[in-house]
Design a protein around this ligand. Structure first.
Ligand code: GEK
Length: 321
């Protein structure tokens, strides 16, 4: 039986039903290709997570499930030990029965920056492309979304989502192990989020069209990406690395990003927020063993990356199909 049966059942009777034409074959393939190796090892961690009972859930203001007194101290220690096998925990934070998964990123900061600007998510079908471990999926559901789907091809993040899902049982929140390029043109979501993904794409214009083809007519795109200062003709294509990341391609200015969205046929385009990432938002914690923002910046001039480019500045764009 496919572990995605509950997803298939959920969409069979909703507006995503035509996804069933292609999805089961893709996911069956994916599962076949991941029977061995690291992913299979991580699934053993998931299978051993303690089973707990709770009525305590807050996904409106944070991602918090369960109270400390609902779990034995020994079980809690074990839980921490198990979850630390799934390091690095990049996006969060999560609170599970009093255990604070203090992730590298405070993803709640990004949520707080965008929340005042987006359309009310109540009753909406929502897609989050490149959702990582799914922190924002829970916040979208907490904001009232009817059905939330995330896609992310990174095995570790898919596993981390499963760990959280083990404690928050909710048939309205799903993560599929897919890349954006594997999505058919669903034209079915009221809101599509694409945050922190555009700069990883080699063809940003194709990417914008892929996002558009997931939206219903009039639907809302919420796109967040790294930008640089400049006019509508300014785009930075860094050398081999940007802030030590190897897979960074296009960093447009805010104006250039708006021009790209317009060129792709979006309307009502606005840049609603810009923010220079600081050490309060991205830092090393007990839940990652690798370097973090401090190591990616020039130690003598934090306004520059270690390679001499402008330090990470992020912007949120909203537009309608
Ligand atoms: N082809 C692909 N299709 C979809 N996703 C992809 C692909 N390739 C990589 N990713 C995923 O895109 C996410 C980018 S992180 C943003 C997370 C969250 N949205 C955030 O806003 O905090 C930003 C960063 O760490 O630079 C990762 O989870 C990748 O696995």
């Amino acid at each position: 039986m496919s572990q995605y049966n509950s997803f298939y059942q959920a969409i069979a009777t909703n507006r995503l039903s035509h996804w069933l034409d292609t999805l089961p074959a893709q996911l069956t393939d994916w599962q076949k290709n991941h029977l061995h190796g690291e992913y299979a090892q991580w699934q053993k961690v998931i299978a051993q997570l303690p089973v707990t009972q709770t009525n305590h859930l807050d996904i409106k203001n944070s991602v918090t499930v369960g109270l400390a007194e609902e779990i034995e101290p020994g079980q809690l220690k074990r839980l921490e030990h198990m979850l630390k096998k799934l390091k690095p925990w990049r996006k969060g934070p999560y609170h599970i029965h009093g255990l604070h998964i203090d992730t590298e990123w405070r993803s709640d900061f990004k949520w707080d920056r965008l929340a005042p600007h987006i359309s009310d998510l109540r009753n909406r079908y929502v897609l989050d492309i490149g959702c990582g471990s799914g922190y924002h999926l829970w916040r979208m559901r907490g904001a009232g979304a009817k059905f939330v789907v995330g896609v992310d091809p990174t095995q570790l993040f898919v596993t981390q989502f499963k760990a959280i899902q083990h404690f928050i049982k909710d048939n309205g929140v799903h993560l599929l192990p897919l890349g954006v390029e594997q999505l058919p043109e669903l034209n079915a979501f009221d809101t599509v989020f694409a945050m922190g993904v555009l700069y990883h794409r080699r063809s940003p214009i194709d990417f914008i069209y892929q996002l558009k083809s997931q939206l219903v007519k009039g639907g809302e795109l919420v796109l967040e990406t790294l930008i640089v200062d400049g006019d509508e003709n300014t785009v930075l294509v860094p050398g081999e690395r940007y802030a030590k990341m190897r897979n960074v391609w296009f960093l447009p200015s805010g104006e250039a990003m708006c021009a790209w969205l317009e060129r792709c046929g979006f309307s009502n385009i606005r840049m609603v927020n810009t923010d220079v990432t600081d050490l309060a938002e991205q830092r090393k914690t007990d839940w990652i063993d690798t370097e973090s923002l401090k190591d990616f910046l020039d130690p003598n001039d934090p306004s520059k990356t270690i390679e001499g480019y402008p330090a990470p500045k992020r912007a949120i764009f909203i537009a309608n199909k």
